[in-house]
Write a protein that binds this ligand. Sequence first.
Ligand code: PLP
Length: 399
Amino acid sequence: MRLSQRLAKVPPYLFVEISRKIAEKRAKGIRVISFGIGDPDLATPDNVVEKLRQSALDRPNHRYPETDGLPAFRQAVARWYQRRFGLSLDPDKEVLPLIGAKEGIGHAALCFIDPGDIALVPDPGYPVYSVGTWFAGGECHWLPLKEESGWLPDLDAITPAVAKRAKVLWINYPNNPTGAVAGPDFYKKAVEFGKRYDVAVLHDACYTEVGYEGYRPQSFLQTPGAMDIGMEFHSLSKSYNMTGWRIGMAVGNANMIKALMTVKSNLDSGVPQAIQYMAIEAMDTPDTYIAERNAIYKSRRDRVVKALQGIGLRVQAPKASLYIWARVPEGYTSAEFTKMLLEERDVVVTPGTGYGKFGEGYIRLSLTISEEDLKVGLERLASLKVPPRSQMLDKSAKS
Ligand SMILES: *Cc1c(COP(=O)(O)O)cnc(C)c1O
């Protein structure tokens, strides 16, 4: 059997060693506390689950859905956009349901990238932007995200030669993994860049509904001109605690939406209709729900930040997103510090290098952890005296 070259391009899974250690510890009965994955522990709202129960009984929902979804779903997205961002979308031309944002982001590469084309991809970043590019035969030009630039890419640093070969620019704010946010000035630059070089600007907007202390992230599409060259990806996963149901949407430029529809209608058969009805119910839920949910995350955010600062880590409370992005102590790499936390405290965090080489020197902690685990995790962190790195290296040499 000969597998495709494209599979060889998938980078080795960075968490192999950590996953093995966690499994070993759990097999020994050790309680391992994980701040690793971003998957809401809080339940999908009751009214939304109830909608699934009712919709499951409706025979038409037992059959194939349409790729472009129920008209009622597309209209609900347009209503939600109007209410949330003050934008009017054409529900029939500018909205497409997705089997989760991840699916849409992966398939979007097939709309734009031919072999040899370039995608501009943030580093650190959500891995699907790069893997999707490679699967389509393209190359990634990495855009380093740095603390001193507020974790925004420097678009002026992209040379004209690279910009001319580029077909897409990926951006993602509020950002995973850094927790950074972007304002209208950055989005304006992205639109200008996209127009100057005829590059599609693709914004992953999965975290617009997770903001703190009244901060409400914007849509990239609110930027003048963005609809001419842009598409935005949303997810019900983080917005309404619906990771298990698999639904999201792409919205934006009608030609881009049509291209994604062409790819998808040839590869998948859409989102189960009962799940689309759940999403309609979720998007029509009053925003007080979001505010109450975010208050829970804010309380977690503040406690995690305080605990990390207490053991000497440099960290800022993010304005949005589910992630705390902290600088590891002097002398440690991300991987070494992650390993030390697991060995000394049975606490799991994600090394920044899991998101790209510019993630070196940082770790990510997710706030999607139950109150019970959070309490134990914080106690364990608080009682940690960060050992000098040399001592840790001695120890691992011996073990
Ligand atoms: C969670 C996440 C997604 C995927 O969302 P789904 O709708 O569950 O597929 C996409 N992008 C980022 C940055 C994420 O963190």
